[in-house]
Design a protein around this ligand. Sequence first.
Ligand SMILES: Nc1ncnc2c1ncn2[C@@H]1O[C@H](COP(=O)(O)OP(=O)(O)OP(=O)(O)O)[C@@H](O)[C@H]1O
Ligand SMILES: [Mg+2]
Length: 285
Amino acid sequence: MMEDQAFGLRKLLAKKKSITNGKFVTVASGKGGVGKSNFSANLAYTLAKQYHKDILLIDADIGMGNIHLLLNADPSKNMRQVFNGVPIEQVIVESNGFYALLGFSGLDRLDELEELEFHRVIEGLERVSGQFDYVIIDTGAGIDAKVTSFLRASHTTYIVTTPEPTAMMDAYALIKSLYSLYGYQRFKVVVNMCRSRSEGVQTFEKLRQSTQKFLELELVLAGVLPQTPRIRQCVEARALIAERYPNENFSRALGRIAAAEAGARAIGGAAEYWSKVVGFLRGKA
Ligand SMILES: Nc1ncnc2c1ncn2[C@@H]1O[C@H](COP(=O)(O)OP(=O)(O)OP(=O)(O)O)[C@@H](O)[C@H]1O
Ligand SMILES: [Mg+2]
């Protein structure tokens, strides 16, 4: 099993895609607990399974990453080992038909690395990312510099919110800060935990009107995802809803988001993504 996994990864890495093929997609929210990690993992699964894309899912929730729980993956393989000199290829785990890089906690300590080690880590991240069609980055909630560093460099940012007014307010604050501070505008909104499609559409409409009125920014609705007890059931079973219940409304709605993503052309430059991210993290850009 372990050997198979290493072999699969070697085969993938041998494919030598160009770095420009990769698409960096970030998943973010203002408020915590709105469903980012479940969305990220199921999007990764669906793009891999339905669209045969090579996917790298990165748990960049600095501090509280929990993607390994959703994927039932070995948490001892993580970025911290890379800082200690382990080649990055050896800490990538394979799960559910895609690849994952866990445990980014510590990325903000990059400054403490020696210059040579520092460049080795960045070079490793760039090299590995270039082999995938998509790099999906699940971030922690909020608008701090750690989170915005990942967002600012990405092609697309999915903003996950729920119909709850507090979640919407926080989503607006995140969008506002990225747009007004950095001119970033490649947002797509996902309204999760909706009781009906119209509740989701109305939630998006309110957000759209606010950004249009106060920021003169047009938002795009990526999709509306229903509230369902199946999610929790799947989390407890360490399974992905899109895999276990592909015909559930949640999985179907997510499938439509994946279809749009798979068909979308990359806009905005993400070349040298990692150099940019780390530059932002270090406050040098
Ligand atoms: N559509 C949904 N229906 C029902 N429950 C959901 C749905 N989406 C997520 N949840 C539940 O909400 C909780 C938070 O989900 P998740 O961990 O994906 O959110 P998060 O935004 O990544 O949280 P954090 O900000 O802590 O990283 C989990 O218990 C999950 O099972
Ligand atoms: Mg999360």
